[in-house]
Design a protein around this ligand. Structure first.
Ligand SMILES: Nc1ncnc2c1ncn2[C@@H]1O[C@H](COP(=O)(O)OP(=O)(O)OP(=O)(O)O)[C@@H](O)[C@H]1O
Ligand SMILES: [Mg+2]
Length: 194
């Protein structure tokens, strides 16, 4: 198991549902001496009432205006908590779906901790689907993740570290991230300027 003294800044692990963000970010945090996993989904499930449906009538991922507002609110909370952990001396390992450049710009604009390191887990879609299918039912998603994967590739394809974990175990992926993220995942200041 790879051990690292510290991880600079904030590590943001994204990818489609089922790509392995939660599994891998937990293992990455376990490999660091002082780290916190900051799970974007938690901030959605904290909404007890008034929560928007992100899935449309055809069963597609399609947050409407209120859904978009709530996704932004998740990001606001994610960034605040990540910064608080960083201020307290814990390396934040954030786990959330980022679909567009605009969303990444929004996150980068809120986060105070630097540098921002982006890892996009991109196993082949079939693998992500298979991983999704083998998860506990309450964590599974029912919609097709292909459009989201396409959007991510188009919007973020030139940023961060696109890591195909399709033939790796979660532990192998986490080891690789701990050792190489600082070199491969850095999002340079200015890369997100409109
Ligand atoms: N190399 C791998 N990396 C990550 N997960 C893997 C790997 N191989 C198998 N898995 C399994 O695939 C599933 C990935 O699910 P996980 O909850 O981590 O995905 P996620 O990206 O967080 O999805 P969501 O966006 O829905 O939260 C887990 O059941 C995990 O054990
Ligand atoms: Mg997850």
């Amino acid at each position: 198991m790879a051990d690292q003294e510290t991880m600079p800044g904030c590590l943001l692990i994204t990818g489609t549902p089922g790509a392995g963000k939660t599994t891998v970010s937990q293992l990455v945090a376990e490999r660091l001496p002082r780290a916190a996993r900051v799970d974007g989904d938690v901030f959605g499930s904290m909404l007890v009432s008034g929560r928007a449906t992100m899935i449309d009538e055809e069963g597609r991922w399609n947050p409407g205006p209120e859904g978009q507002r709530q996704l932004r609110l998740r990001m606001v909370n994610l960034c605040s908590v990540a910064d608080n952990f960083a201020d307290g001396g814990f390396a934040p390992v954030a786990d959330t779906v980022v679909e567009t450049r605009e969303e990444l710009r929004f996150i980068a604009g809120l986060l105070r901790v630097r540098p921002l390191m982006l890892v996009v887990l991109c196993p082949p879609l079939e693998v992500a689907r298979q991983r999704n299918a083998t998860r506990a039912p309450e964590t599974r998603v029912d919609y097709d993740v292909a459009p989201l994967a396409r959007n991510q590739r188009r919007e973020l394809g030139d940023l961060g570290w696109w890591l195909d974990s399709g033939e790796q175990t979660p532990e192998e992926t986490a080891d690789l991230i701990v050792v190489e993220a600082a070199r491969r995942a850095m999002v340079p200041e200015g890369a997100l300027r409109a």
